[in-house]
Design a protein around this ligand. Structure first.
Ligand code: AHR
Length: 655
């Protein structure tokens, strides 16, 4: 028996060796002009889940700055969550949440400090989102709205301190009057501390009302006010995404009608924005709102693709906060649909309307008189396709088409690339002749390999496809090299079908360490670090090596099931770009024939992402084991390349 097993093992290793020795022949037709494909294939999908916005990309350092947290956001949360009262120099006093004479009706709660002793300071301390990370020598912009309710008015002291109370920075703002007013100060950190606290205090017997206590790093991405965390935004910008879909996901259609994302709540003075429960079980401030999204898209050169709800809520609605479990999809009552459709039209005016229009004027007031150049609008997200959905979707679609024929409306075909919602979503798309639909698919690495040719069979006369959410779910939903390589293989299929697949975005984009509601994600982060996954590099390699036409790329039969390839031409860059994906655990020789090439340069740029072990991940605390590396190598009209085990290779050929 032992001998038999040994013989079998030897046979197995021999066939692996034989597999490795047998070259795969790949022919690229470089003479023909190629098939026109979307030059904007790879972009991003941004949703505020796993603290992607509040506590993440949105650079605000103070948690619950407007005292609007509540148990509806998360069990156990309240108006003073993340805040504690502090007594300095033996002072006596209390901290309470109040709502009498608020700063504004949208944010009705504020903090009331009652200072009972004539001496010493009473204040409140904020713990930030898992602490406040500050760097020595850097500036932090503090602001607060304050009103002296009773007693003597004294200046407000502001301190950044370590967890143990060591002073890191301090400033003061003038004594508040009896009317709400904004006070600002700049703090400069003396020491680097990843886990600081903000303390706001005052003295003098009496009561002091404080609201919207905010602290931003001076250095936000592109130095925008109310801006974004620079390192995280840069990691996104480095993907060179051609578009950005936002603000969700499930967040858009919401956990019941009351939780639907209403874009108008997210613009205007930030202290007046009416935040609400985040469907992912925390609080969304809307500090990162529609204006900031459009601005970010412009800053990173990504086409904005906002998504609005199709007049229905999420079918998976968890009704803990309303009327019992699982009430499913809710539809906006028909007598409210007119107003809802108008909101959608107003969004287009906000993005593109002249400054003389009502909503264009609001964009200009926010600091952007020029239009944002909106071209696409998503309507619906993975909705259950029901008569109620269809009726509302058609109302929105017809209204947008009539008033803004220049806008490409993207419909929805459910959460899976098969099944009831997929079939019926496509039926609607066919009947209405929709320009584009949003398909989703979270699948195993093997499914992606098995479906590399999925879009080859799509009918070119039908709607174009936006693959709005997709990712490989490997074992335990880890972001392994195996998953990343399967994603690369699938992307070769998307490039080959770039005439029908216009856009594709991995999902989700961001997740905060210890607050991860969903796995896998493209980028993980903590308050001080950013961890791009291996899949990040795959998305980046396809995004920066995009093309506008596809060159026929043929793998000689029998083509191995774990090998994929694509070739694009980037006319502006004068580049022919080959992508080879080897999903085997062994390296393989690939014979590449550049058929019809008039002149082949002697070298090309090779970028390789590879690793011997498909199970590895680039994760917190572990070394970033798999990173792309680039060098130049000789090539000719027909050359052999040894594709490493578990690899994506990008070969850029420029004259
Ligand atoms: O990407 C995470 C979630 O997956 C999205 O919110 C939703 O659209 C999908 O189910």
């Amino acid at each position: 028996m032992k001998t038999h097993l040994a013989a079998l093992a030897l046979l197995g290793s021999l066939s692996a060796a034989a597999l490795a020795a047998q070259p795969i022949t790949l022919k690229v037709d470089t003479a023909a002009p190629g098939k026109a494909i979307s030059p904007d294939l790879v972009g991003i999908f941004y949703e505020d889940l796993s603290h992607a916005a509040d506590g993440g990309l949105y650079a605000e350092l103070v948690q619950n700055r407007d005292f609007e947290y509540s148990p509806a956001d998360k069990a156990g949360w309240h108006q003073l969550t993340a805040w504690q009262v502090v007594h300095l120099d033996g002072a006596r006093g209390t901290l309470a949440a109040q709502f009498d004479r608020p700063l504004n009706a949208n944010t009705p709660h504020y903090a009331l400090l009652t200072i009972e002793s004539p001496d010493g300071q009473v204040g409140l301390r904020n713990e930030g989102f898992d602490g406040i990370a500050v760097k020595a020598g850097e500036n932090y912009d503090f602001s607060v709205f304050a009103r002296r309710v009773s007693g003597a008015s004294r200046p407000i002291n502001v301190r950044l301190e370590s967890k143990t109370g060591e002073l890191l920075a301090e400033a003061a703002v003038p004594a508040p009057t009896g009317t709400w007013a904004k006070y600002t100060a700049r703090l400069t950190a003396k020491t680097t501390d990843p886990d600081a606290r903000l303390v706001v205090s005052s003295s003098g017997q009496g009561r002091l009302a404080l609201d919207f206590i905010s602290l931003f790093p001076e250095k936000t991405f592109r130095n925008r006010p109310n801006g974004l965390r620079a390192d995280l935004a840069q990691a996104i910008a480095d993907l060179k995404p051609k578009f950005m879909r936002f603000p969700g996901g499930c967040l858009v259609h919401g956990n019941g009608l009351g939780n639907m994302y209403r874009w108008k709540d997210t613009i205007g003075p930030v202290e007046q924005r009416k935040g609400q429960r985040n469907i992912w079980n925390y609080h969304q401030t809307y500090g990162l709102g529609y204006f900031e999204y459009f601005q970010f898209c412009e800053d990173i050169g990504a086409k904005p693709i906002p998504v609005v709800a199709a007049g229905v809520s999420c079918q998976n609605t968890d009704a803990r906060f309303t009327r019992g479990w699982g009430k499913g999809q809710e539809c906006i009552p028909m007598d409210q649909m007119g107003a809802y459709v108008q909101d959608v039209l107003d969004l287009i005016e906000f993005a593109n309307g002249p400054v003389t229009s009502t909503w264009g004027a609001k964009r200009a007031a926010a600091g952007h008189p020029a239009p944002f150049g909106l071209e696409y609008l998503g309507v619906g997200n993975e909705d259950h396709i029901t008569p109620g959905f269809r009726e509302r979707f058609e109302m929105i679609y017809n209204a947008v088409k009539a008033k803004h024929p220049e806008i490409v409306v993207i419909g929805t075909v459910g959460p899976n690339p098969e099944g009831h919602d997929y079939v019926n979503g496509w039926k609607i798309a066919d009947e209405l002749r929709l320009p584009m639909v949003d398909e989703h698919g979270y699948k195993s690495p093997q499914w992606l390999w098995d479906n590399v040719r999925r879009f080859d069979a799509y009918d070119r006369s039908k709607s174009k496809v936006y693959l709005g959410e997709w990712a490989a779910f490997d074992d335990k939903r880890r972001t392994t090299l195996r998953a990343a390589i399967a994603e690369a293989a699938y992307l070769t299929g998307l490039e080959r079908n770039g005439d029908v697949v216009s856009f594709a975005s991995y999902a989700p984009l961001l997740a905060k360490r210890n607050h991860t509601h969903w796995n896998p994600n493209l980028i993980y982060f903590s308050n001080t670090e950013v961890f791009p996954t291996i899949g990040y590099h795959v998305q980046q390699l396809f995004s920066v090596n995009n093309g506008d036409s596809y060159l026929t790329t043929t793998v000689q039969e029998p083509a191995p099931a774990d090998f994929a390839a694509s070739t694009v031409k980037n006319t502006a860059q004068g580049a022919v770009i080959l992508k080879l994906v080897n999903g085997a655990n062994v390296s393989r020789p690939v014979r590449i024939e550049l058929a019809g090439a008039k002149r082949v340069p002697t070298t090309a740029e090779f970028t390789v992402l590879a690793g011997p072990d498909a199970n590895v991940v680039n994760d917190y605390g572990s070394p970033r084991t798999v990173l792309p590396s680039t060098n130049r190598r000789p090539i000719s009209a027909s050359f052999t390349y040894e594709a490493p085990a578990n690899s994506l290779t990008v070969i850029r050929i420029t004259p």
